[in-house]
Design a binder for this molecule. Structure first.
Ligand SMILES: Nc1nc2c(ncn2[C@@H]2O[C@H](COP(=O)(O)OP(=O)(O)OP(=O)(O)O)[C@@H](O)[C@H]2O)c(=O)[nH]1
Ligand SMILES: [Mg+2]
Length: 636
C-alpha cells in the first residue's frame, strides 16, 4: 500500500479544514484558540484509508499572518489539494499558497472547489474558469477540478475516487537519500517523554534506532513510533510520523529541527542556491537584503548576496544567490526553500539549494562561482560528485563531506564514485575523492619542488618530507600526501627515504667527512631537544671546532632539508623537538576551555628557561600554532 501526504492550500475560510473533516471524519483544528475563532492557526493532521492508497493530510491555515505555519507543513507534501470556495473564487492566499507549491516543486495535485451549495451553476462555471486560468502553464494545468459541498456531502465520494487515482500516480519518493525527518511539532506525552512529529521525507526510522537531532547534534533513541495514530515498528518516507524519543527533553526540541542518522548530515549557514523571484515581488533582490528563509520545517533569517553580474534579480527572473543564514539549518543539494520579505511579510520567491556548504566568494571569483552553480544545477550523480571534487581542489573531498553535502545513501555515493573513477574524473585516495586534475597537479608540484631543491642544494640528500607536506598538503588528509609520493615513486621519478624525498637519479656530492659531520650535528641537536646549544657549542660538540665556516655550511644543509629549524638568530632546534613541543602544547590547551597558556606554564611544560621560552613562543606565533593575547598565548 502506498502512503502519500496531501497538503491543503488556499485562502482563509475557503473550507479546507471542513473538507478534511468531510473526507476523514477528523477535525484537524486541535487548538482551543482555533475552535474559538473558527480559523486554523497552525498545521493540523488527519488520515484516510483509500484502499490501495493511504493518505496523510496536512491541513494548513489560510490566514495571511500564518503563512509561516503553512510552510512548516507544505514542504514535505506529495500532492496538493488547492481549495477554492465557490462563493469567493480565487483570493490572495489562493495565489500565494499556489506560488509556494510551485516554488517547492510540488508536481502533483488537484483543485477542489468547495461550498458548491452556496452558488448556482453559472457562478460555479465561472469559478471553474478562474481556477483554470490560475493554473494554466503550471503543474496543475491538466489536473482534475472537483466541486464539492462539505455541508451536503455532494461530490465527496467523487473526490475520494479522484484522490485515489492521482495518489497512485504521484511520483514515488526517491530512495537515494538518508533518513530525514524535519520536525514540525514537539511535545511531552505523560508517561512517554518527548514526542516529535513530522513528514518523513526520506529513508526509514525503526524502533530502537539511534538518531541525531540537528542542528543541536544531540544523540537520541527511538523509543516508539506511530504512523496514522497506530504503533508501528518502522516508518518510511512519505508517512506522517510521530517519534517518541529517549535521551532528550521535549523542551530542548523545536520546530525546524531535523532527525537524521548519526553523524551523517551537518548543519550549515552558507548556501548557494538558484532563486526564482515571483512576478508579484515588490522589488528586485539585491545583495545585503535580509529575508526569511523557510527550509524543511525551519524558518530562519538570512542575508543574501546576489552572485549575478547585474547584482540583482528582478521580479519574474531567476538567478544565483548566496545566503548567509543567521542560525544553522540542515540542508542538502536539491532541497527546495521559500523566501519571504522581512517586512511586510510576503512570499517573494523560492528556489533550490545547489551547494549546501559554500563559502564567501571573492569578487573576482564570481564568474567561476556562477559557472560551478550552473553546472551543478544541470547535473546529478557522478557528474555532481566530480564537480564537488573539483571544487575541493588539492584538499580532496572526503566521502563524509559528500554525504553531508548531498544527503545520499552509501549505495548512491559508491555508485557515483565508481562511475566518476571509471570516467577518469576523479581518483580515490583511501576514501577521499580528488579530481584527476588536482592529483596530477600535486604530483607535478611535488616533483618540481624536489628537483628545485636539488638544484639549489646539490649537497643535500633530499628535501624533508615535512617541508613538502607543509607546503602543499597542510590542509589535506595525510593519506593524500602519501598517495602522491607513492605514485611518484611507482612512476620511478622520486625516491622516498625515512625523512626525505629525493629524485631517483640524484647523487649528492658530499664527502664522507662531511656526511659524518652532518650526522653528528643532527645528533647533537636531536639529543639537546629544547635545550638547544649555541651554534658554536654545537659545532664544537660535533667535532667541527677547527673548521667552523665549513661546519656552518654543513649545518645549512640540515636547515635546507628541514631537519633543523632556525627559531631566532643563531638559535636552532631539531624539528622533532619542535613537533613534540607543539604536540604537548595542543594536549595542554585541549584540556582548557580557553585554550590558552601563559609564559610560566609554557616554561614548565617545555622544561626550559626564559631565554628559550620567549623566542620559541614568538616562533610558534609566526607558525600560527599560537596567537599572542596580552601575556597569554591562545592555541589556534
Ligand atoms: N455552506 C458551506 N459552508 C462551508 C463549506 N465548507 C466550509 N464551510 C464553512 O466555511 C467556514 C470556514 O471553513 P473552514 O473549513 O474553517 O475554512 P478553512 O479554509 O479551514 O479556514 P482557515 O483554516 O482559517 O484558512 C466554516 O464556517 C464552514 O462551516 C461548504 O461546503 N458549504
Ligand atoms: Mg482551516
Amino acid at each position: 500500500m502506498r502512503s502519500i501526504i496531501v497538503g491543503t492550500a488556499g485562502h482563509i475560510d475557503h473550507g479546507k479544514t471542513t473538507l478534511v473533516r468531510a473526507l476523514t471524519g477528523i477535525d484537524a483544528d486541535r487548538l482551543p484558540e482555533e475552535k474559538r475563532r473558527g480559523i486554523t492557526i497552525d498545521i493540523g493532521f488527519a488520515d484516510l484509508d483509500l484502499g490501495d492508497v493511504r493518505v496523510g493530510f496536512v491541513d494548513v491555515p489560510g490566514h495571511e499572518k500564518f503563512v509561516k505555519n503553512m510552510l512548516a507543513g507544505a514542504h514535505g507534501i506529495d500532492l496538493v489539494a488547492l481549495v477554492i470556495a465557490a462563493d469567493e473564487s480565487v483570493m490572495p492566499q489562493t495565489r500565494e499558497h499556489f506560488d509556494i507549491c510551485r516554488l517547492l516543486g510540488v508536481s502533483c495535485g488537484l483543485v477542489v472547489i468547495t461550498k458548491k451549495d452556496l452558488v448556482d451553476e453559472e457562478l460555479l462555471q465561472l469559478v471553474f474558469a478562474e481556477a483554470r486560468e490560475l493554473t494554466v502553464g503550471s503543474f496543475l494545468e491538466d489536473a482534475p477540478i472537483v466541486a464539492v459541498s462539505s455541508r451536503t456531502g455532494e461530490g465527496i465520494e467523487e473526490l475520494k475516487q479522484t484522490l485515489r487515482e492521482i495518489g497512485s500516480l504521484a511520483p514515488a519518493r526517491s530512495a537515494d537519500f538518508v533518513t530525514r525527518l524535519p520536525i514540525d511539532r514537539s511535545f511531552t506525552m505523560r508517561g512517554f517523554g518527548a514526542v516529535v512529529t513530522g513528514t518523513l521525507i526520506a529513508g526509514k526510522i525503526n524502533e530502537g534506532d539511534e538518531l541525531e537531532l540537528l542542528p543541536a547534534k544531540t544523540r537520541v533513541r527511538v523509543r516508539g513510533l506511530q504512523v496514522h495514530g497506530a504503533q508501528v515498528k518502522q516508518a518510511f518516507a512519505g508517512q506522517r510520523t510521530a517519534v517518541n524519543l529517549g535521551g532528550i527533553d521535549a523542551t530542548a526540541i523545536e520546530r525546524g529541527m531535523t532527525l537524521a542518522p548519526l553523524a551523517r548530515l551537518r548543519p550549515t549557514q552558507t548556501i548557494d542556491v538558484r532563486v526564482h523571484l515571483l512576478v508579484s515581488a515588490p522589488r528586485p533582490l539585491r545583495s545585503r537584503q535580509r529575508v526569511r528563509m523557510h527550509i524543511g520545517a525551519a524558518e530562519v533569517l538570512a542575508r543574501l548576496r546576489v552572485l549575478e553580474e547585474s547584482g540583482e534579480i528582478k521580479p519574474g527572473q531567476h538567478g544565483f544567490v548566496q545566503f548567509r543564514i543567521e542560525s544553522p539549518v540542515v540542508a542538502v543539494c536539491g532541497d527546495r526553500f521559500i523566501i519571504r520579505a522581512y517586512s511586510p511579510q510576503q512570499t517573494i520567491g523560492g528556489g533550490e539549494v545547489l551547494d549546501a556548504f559554500s563559502s564567501r566568494h571573492r569578487a573576482r571569483d564570481l564568474a567561476d562561482a556562477r559557472a560551478l552553480l550552473q553546472s551543478l544545477s544541470n547535473s546529478e550523480g557522478a557528474t555532481q560528485l566530480a564537480l564537488f571534487a573539483g571544487r575541493a581542489g588539492h584538499v580532496g573531498l572526503p566521502r563524509a563531506e559528500l554525504a553531508a553535502q548531498t544527503g545520499w545513501t552509501d549505495e548512491v555515493i559508491e555508485a557515483a564514485a565508481k562511475k566518476a573513477l571509471a570516467d577518469g574524473a576523479a581518483v580515490d585516495v583511501e576514501g577521499t575523492l580528488i579530481s584527476r586534475e588536482s592529483f596530477a597537479e600535486l604530483k607535478r608540484m611535488v616533483s618540481e619542488e624536489v628537483a628545485a631543491h636539488h638544484q639549489r642544494e646539490p649537497l643535500s640528500r633530499g628535501l624533508a618530507r615535512e617541508v613538502l607536506r607543509e607546503r602543499f598538503f597542510a590542509h589535506s588528509p595525510p593519506e593524500l600526501f602519501r598517495a602522491v609520493i607513492s605514485e611518484l615513486e611507482k612512476e620511478g621519478s622520486l625516491l622516498a627515504e625515512k625523512d626525505i624525498v629525493r629524485r631517483r637519479e640524484h647523487t649528492r656530492a658530499l664527502s664522507d667527512e662531511d656526511t659524518h659531520l652532518r650526522d653528528s650535528l643532527e645528533r647533537v641537536y636531536r639529543g639537546a631537544a629544547l635545550a638547544a646549544p649555541s651554534l658554536n657549542e654545537a659545532l664544537e660538540r660535533a667535532g667541527a671546532g677547527a673548521s667552523a665556516p665549513h661546519g656552518r655550511k654543513v649545518l645549512q644543509l640540515l636547515i635546507d632539508s628541514g631537519v633543523l629549524v632556525k627559531v631566532h638568530g643563531e638559535m636552532f632546534f631539531h624539528r622533532a623537538a619542535l613537533d613534540e613541543l607543539t604536540k604537548k602544547l595542543r594536549e595542554y590547551a585541549g584540556q582548557r576551555a580557553d585554550r590558552s597558556i601563559d609564559v610560566a606554564a609554557f616554561k614548565d611544560l617545555a622544561g626550559i628557561s626564559r631565554k628559550y621560552a620567549i623566542p620559541l613562543l614568538e616562533y610558534l606565533d609566526r607558525q600560527r600554532v599560537t596567537r599572542r593575547e596580552g601575556d597569554r598565548r591562545i592555541l589556534l
